[in-house]
Design a binder for this molecule. Structure first.
Ligand code: ADP
Length: 401
């Protein structure tokens, strides 16, 4: 049974084809700069038992339709599929599912309409996700299409955690509340942790830290998310690559008045020019860590601030949960930056978290436990795999329907 997973951005399509029998990736690829003069496609074929092969193409790819067509052709030419009709399903990542979607959904006209109605909440992401779905439906009209929402896992948050202290009308009439994002990743690594710990998911209290270009943390009680750091949009919470995370909202009024910046400028400032980039000029943690090592003060301060914010959230989620079984690091930074893991757990011995510096530097497929023997709480590094989680949830829905 083959399942194609699609993640469509405004100018990109990322795809991964799974053979669900052995959960094997048959092919994957990314098409970028769609709609620009020079677009790029990079495809990797991974035939069972064969050599993997990389195909790269550059040129103009006018739109998602053309991009999808190229992907389909390459999948056929390399023997990954004979025709799209052979797919058991296509699973789509959809960023915003609002309050409507607690679970993945088989895409119907009604579901499309509901995703469209959520565009005001995710004006950059949902339209691109919708374009991807529409194109896929055009190319593979008989194949079941499933939407898996980034917000769905967080829908179990209680009202006292998801509401902002604003007049209730703002929530009821405009949907202003915390939704949270990265849900598929938090859910995936939390379930993987339960497998590693050999304990049922619905008995575990976990804190998951997804640290990549965007960063978020989630508190999971007995398998259900009870709080997360991103809010109505992904801007809230931790310091990120280019996003500020939490700040005093009055700064926005102050800057508007003092500098004359408009709403779009401020939006751009907080989402694209702040965070690590705002603090030290670059948003890539590898580069920042390298600079800090060479004595760059701004880079050192940026790492310190990043980890301090993380630690504050970690401590508050420990308080939220009361009892914590495990803390899980994932995402490009969470998986690869021992320094960040060390700094944000530093001084938490009294709360039951002690990292073993030697284990923290190790690398391992699957689940790497990095806590010291004296640690009451397990600390783990688990690579995220959102595409696999989307494929699994897609198949689960197929089986159930
Ligand atoms: P995205 O959120 O776009 O999926 P990733 O999860 O790939 O991003 O994370 C990207 C971040 O991970 C970048 O800041 C990158 O520098 C960081 N990263 C990747 N590898 C390392 C490493 N070895 N050490 C430190 N940071 C790393």
């Amino acid at each position: 049974m083959k399942v194609l997973v699609l993640n469509s951005g405004s100018s990109s399509i990322k795809y991964r084809l799974f053979d669900m029998a052995g959960l094997a990736v048959v092919a994957s690829g990314v098409i970028e700069q769609i709609g620009e003069k020079e677009s790029h496609l990079k495809h990797t074929s991974m035939p069972a038992g064969g050599q993997s092969e990389i195909i790269e193409k550059s040129g103009s790819i006018a739109d998602h339709r053309q991009g999808f067509g190229m992907m389909e052709e390459i999948l056929r030419q390399t023997g990954a599929i004979k025709h799209t009709s052979e797919l058991a399903a296509i699973g789509h990542r959809v960023v915003h599912g609002g309050e409507e979607f607690h679970e993945p959904a088989v895409i119907t006209e009604k579901v499309l309409k509901r995703i469209r109605s959520l565009v005001p909440l995710a004006p950059l992401h949902n339209p691109a996700n919708l374009t991807g779905i529409e194109v896929a439906m055009e190319f593979a009209p008989k194949v079941v299409q499933v939407a898996v929402f980034d917000t769905a896992f967080h829908q179990s948050m209680p009202e006292y955690a998801f509401l902002y202290a604003l007049p209730r009308k703002m929530y009821e009439e405009y949907g202003v509340r915390r939704y949270g994002f990265h849900g598929t990743s938090h859910h995936y690594v939390a379930k993987e942790a339960s497998v590693c710990l050999g304990r049922p998911f619905n008995e575990l209290n976990l804190i998951t830290l997804h640290l990549g270009n965007g960063d978020s943390i989630a508190a999971i009680r007995k398998g259900e998310c009870v709080d997360t750091s991103m809010g109505m949009t992904p801007l809230e919470g931790l310091i990120m690559g280019t996003r500020s995370g939490d700040l005093d909202p009055a700064i926005i009024f102050y800057l508007a008045r003092q500098t004359g910046m408009g709403l779009d400028d401020l939006d751009n400032l907080l989402n694209k020019e702040s965070g690590l980039k705002g603090l030290c000029g670059v948003n890539d943690m590898r580069e920042i860590a390298g600079r800090a090592e060479k004595g760059d003060k701004q880079a050192g301060l940026a790492i310190r601030m990043f980890c301090y914010r993380l630690k504050k959230y970690l401590g508050s989620y420990m308080a939220v949960l009361g009892h914590v079984d495990g803390i899980i690091f994932t995402g490009g930074i969470g998986e690869n930056a021992p320094l960040v893991r060390e700094l944000c757990c530093q001084g938490l011995e009294g709360l039951g978290v002690v990292i073993d510096p030697r284990k923290n530097k190790e690398r391992k497929e699957g689940c790497l436990e990095i806590q010291a023997d004296a640690s009451r709480i397990k600390v783990m590094v688990i690579a995220t795999n959102e595409e696999l989680e989307i494929a699994r949830q897609t198949v689960k829905l197929l089986d159930a329907s």
